[in-house]
Design a protein around this ligand. Structure first.
Ligand code: LMR
Length: 334
């Protein structure tokens, strides 16, 4: 080999080693909702902050709208390391075997976001996230969405109006029981399939925060929406633990800071996003929005109270009691 050729080969090798050293660590962040939702916006915010704080050492790629994986698959993909970060709704941890997360699915357990934050931002929330570690998952934060409301093609003013209706829910045993408590037929289905199922009549109705309903255009195929606000839907931001623990300490530290800031942002915009989605639904004129009276709301609460007794063992009585203690909710008083 001529000296010139050796020199060129050496220079090329040095260049590729340098390029390799500078290639950013890619973090694939997959989720199932639209980009213009609380979770969609917060994940984009995190991606930006991560690039900024790590000075380009980490690159977060956000995949919205189930572009990479549907509900169940994304959890498996995270455990296998095919994707590094997710923010599944809390209802989706039951099938993983961490049933305690279904505590968030109990109807009316949180009156408002202040109640919720006592749990997610306190020791109960931290203990719940720690339960993910044996599954190879590290929990980084809780992100809010909001309270769910029922929609259908017929008016909903009383629990009896949902009797015999096929209602799509997430894969949670507590949610199944909640639907049964009002005489409905629970239908577990991936989020990405709900619009079509509603459109074709495979299911009659569903429950979701308005931001999800609106951004998936479900209101275009549901004539009635009643603001029942009967249960909470929010997220845990999670990462593949092995991947996370293997990150250089400075990068991980910066990502932790980015997550802190993204969490503040997520929880700040969640209510605003749901409010503007509700405006959008109203403006569309496709769905009649009904606000239940105090008495009607109480009737839903009473009908669903039995879920707290029936499903207590699923999540653990002690955990439920510790949440009641924080929020002041008392199902036996209904
Ligand atoms: C659902 O499946 O209804 C929700 O979990 C979707 C989401 O992630 O908000």
């Amino acid at each position: 080999m001529k000296l010139g050729t050796v020199f060129i080969a050496l220079a090329a090798a040095t260049f590729s080693v340098t390029a390799l050293a500078q290639a950013p660590i890619v973090i694939k962040f997959s989720h199932v909702v639209a980009a213009d939702t609380p979770k969609g916006k917060a994940s984009e915010f995190f991606a930006k902050k991560a690039a900024e704080l790590t000075k380009g050492k980490a690159k977060v790629e956000v995949y919205a709208n189930s572009a990479l994986y549907k509900d169940k698959e994304e959890m498996e993909a995270l455990q296998l390391g095919a994707v590094q970060m997710l923010a599944p709704s809390l209802a989706k941890f039951g099938p993983l075997g961490v049933k305690e997360f279904e505590a968030f699915d109990f109807p009316y357990i949180f009156d408002d976001t202040a109640d919720l934050h006592k749990v997610t931002q306190g020791p109960i929330g931290a203990a719940l996230l720690a339960k993910l570690e044996p599954k190879g998952i590290k929990g980084l934060a809780f992100w809010d969405n909001g309270f769910k409301s029922f929609s259908a093609n017929t008016p909903i003013k009383a629990p009896a109006d949902l009797k015999g209706k096929k209602l799509r829910i997430q894969s949670s045993k507590v949610l199944e029981e909640q639907i049964r408590s009002i005489g409905g037929l629970p239908q577990v289905m991936a989020f990405s399939e709900v619009y079509q199922a509603l459109q074709t009549g495979v299911v009659d109705g569903t429950e979701n925060p308005i931001s999800n309903l609106y951004t998936q255009k479900m209101h275009e195929v549901q004539k009635h929406l009643t603001l029942t606000n009967h249960g909470y839907l929010g997220y845990a931001v999670i990462v593949n633990k092995k991947f996370w623990d293997g990150l250089p300490a400075d990068v991980r530290g910066s990502l932790e800071q980015a997550m802190k800031e993204a969490t503040v942002y997520a929880n700040k915009i969640a209510q605003e996003e749901n409010d503007s989605a509700l405006e959008g639904v109203k403006k569309s004129g496709k769905t009649t929005v009904y606000v239940p009276t105090k008495e009607e709301r109480l009737a839903f609460k009473k009908a669903m109270a039995a879920v707290h007794v029936k499903m207590a063992d699923r999540v653990g009585k002690d955990l439920l009691q510790s949440i009641y203690k924080e929020t002041g909710f008392d199902p036996t008083a209904l």
